[in-house]
Write a protein of this length. Structure first.
Length: 227
């Protein structure tokens, strides 16, 4: 006697693997935002479990992306730097002279850096650096990234004619020159904000500070050529 065979029911195949790119990016954004909020409120002493709960993600999901809290902090720092960069990179510095164009560039950068949120994050990094020495690498990375982005904008602002007139604006020296520009024009007001000056009040002094700093910066470039 033959045994009756039931037809096999069709079942949907469940695919295992990585989540769709859009979904993964949404999870990443939730993790970074939750970690940023908790870090700013309580420092790096918060637990990964707390971050996971606020981000509506598992600890395993977080550790799959960031092996340490320092690595997570670094990702937030890079995101922050990218937001600042996007703010000034698309501004088109105008002016008849290189001094006017550099002044506009410096003002645009400071406008996007001197925000309470950005300053609070820089303060946090400075406060936690002693407990978490790895954060020094984050600072170096942000500094290098900032100089690289500033150099790309500086190249458009100065133009090839300035590269011929000033060796400091030559392509092979532009990144180093951009770092000097940031140190002289941007860093002083940022440091004042980090050490307690009101960012809003400092923004009111940006124009005069940038004008004087850019003039000094270009004088130094000229003196370098003379030397």
């Amino acid at each position: 006697m033959e045994t009756e065979r039931r037809p096999k029911s069709k079942q949907k195949t469940v695919r295992m693997g990585r989540p769709p790119k859009k979904l993964a990016s949404e999870v990443d954004a939730r993790i970074l935002e939750a970690a940023r909020e908790l870090f700013l409120a309580r420092g790096l002493g918060v637990s990964v479990g707390e971050i996971a709960r606020l981000a509506r993600a598992s600890k395993g999901t977080i550790y799959a992306r960031f092996s340490t809290k320092e690595e997570l902090f670094a990702a937030i720092a890079m995101n922050n730097a990218e937001r600042v960069r996007e703010g000034y990179e698309h501004a088109v510095p105008t002016g008849d002279t290189i001094e006017e164009r550099l002044s506009m560039l410096g003002s645009e950068i400071l406008k996007h850096v001197l925000t309470p949120d950005t300053i609070d994050f820089i303060r946090l990094a400075a406060t936690e650096a002693r407990r978490f020495p790895e954060l020094a690498k984050v600072e170096r990375l942000m500094r290098e990234r900032g100089a690289h982005h500033a150099a790309s904008v500086l190249k458009d602002v100065t133009g090839p004619e300035q590269g011929a007139a000033y060796a400091a604006f030559a392509p092979e020296r532009l990144t180093r020159t951009a770092q000097f520009f940031l140190d002289l024009v941007v860093a002083p007001l940022v440091m004042r904000a980090v050490f307690g000056d009101d960012p809003k009040r400092l923004r009111a002094s940006v124009r005069s500070h940038v004008t004087e700093s850019v003039s000094f910066f270009l004088a130094a470039c000229r003196n370098q050529e003379a030397g």
